[in-house]
Design a protein around this ligand. Structure first.
Ligand code: AR6
Length: 171
C-alpha cells in the first residue's frame, strides 16, 4: 500500500526522509518543527539549515537527518491560514509536491509527512487532510514510494478515522 495514514510521532519514523512543517527562516520553532530539531540535535540542525538561508512558502529544502532514524529531513514552510482566499490551498499542495519531488530526487523509497500548516499556522484540518491525501495520491500515480501521512493530535486522528477507513495507531 503506497499511502498509509498513521498516528505516530514523526521523529520516530524509520523512513528515508521525514518532512518538517518549517518556517521561511528555517529556524527552530514549536510544534513538529520543535520536536524534529530536539530529536535531530538543535545546534547541528540549525547549522545545516543556515546553509540554505531562507525557504519560500510552498518550496522545500533538504538537510541530513543527523541523529534521527531518517536519512534526510525535508523542510517546507506551509501557508499561514488567512481565511482561504490567499492561495492557501495552492501553496499547501506545493509544499506536499515539492517535498515529494525532493525526496524522489534523492532516491528516497519511503517518506513520512505531517499535516503541514494545521497547527500553529491554523489551516482547517479537514481541508488540509483532503489536500494532503489527494496531492500524495496524484504523485503516487506516477512514482513508486512508500508514503506515510502522520497524524499526531487527537482531533486529527479522529478526523482521519472519519474520512479514511484504514488508520494505523502507534501512540
Ligand atoms: N509528529 C507528527 N506530527 C506532529 C508532531 C510530531 N511530533 N508534533 C506536532 N504535530 P505545527 P504548522 C502535528 O504547528 O501549523 C513552527 O513553529 C500537529 O498536531 O507543527 O505548519 C514552525 O517553525 C499539527 O497537526 O506546524 C513554523 O513557524 C501538525 O503537526 C510553524 O510552527 C502541524 O502543526 C508551522 O506551523
Amino acid at each position: 500500500m503506497p499511502l498509509e495514514i498513521v498516528r505516530h510521532d514523526i521523529t520516530k519514523m524509520k523512513v528515508d526522509a521525514i518532512v518538517n512543517a518549517a518556517n521561511t527562516s528555517l529556524k527552530m520553532g514549536g510544534g513538529v518543527c520543535g520536536a524534529i530539531f530536539r530529536a535531530a540535535g538543535v545546534h547541528e540542525l540549525q547549522q545545516a539549515c543556515e546553509k540554505h538561508g531562507e525557504c519560500k512558502v510552498g518550496e522545500a529544502v533538504l538537510t541530513d537527518g543527523l541523529t534521527l532514524a531518517a536519512k534526510y529531513i525535508i523542510h517546507t514552510p506551509g501557508p499561514i491560514w488567512r481565511g482561504g482566499s490567499h492561495q492557501e490551498a495552492t501553496l499547501l499542495k506545493a509544499s506536499y509536491n515539492n517535498s515529494l519531488e525532493l525526496a524522489k530526487n534523492h532516491q528516497c523509497e519511503s517518506i513520512a509527512l505531517p499535516l503541514i500548516s494545521t497547527g500553529i499556522y491554523g489551516y482547517p484540518k479537514e481541508e488540509a487532510l483532503q489536500i494532503a491525501v489527494s496531492t500524495i495520491s496524484s504523485f503516487l500515480l506516477h512514482h513508486d514510494m512508500l508514503v506515510y501521512l502522520v497524524v499526531f493530535d487527537k482531533s486529527s486522528f479522529g478526523l482521519s478515522q472519519k474520512l479514511f477507513s484504514s488508520i494505523h495507531q502507534f501512540i
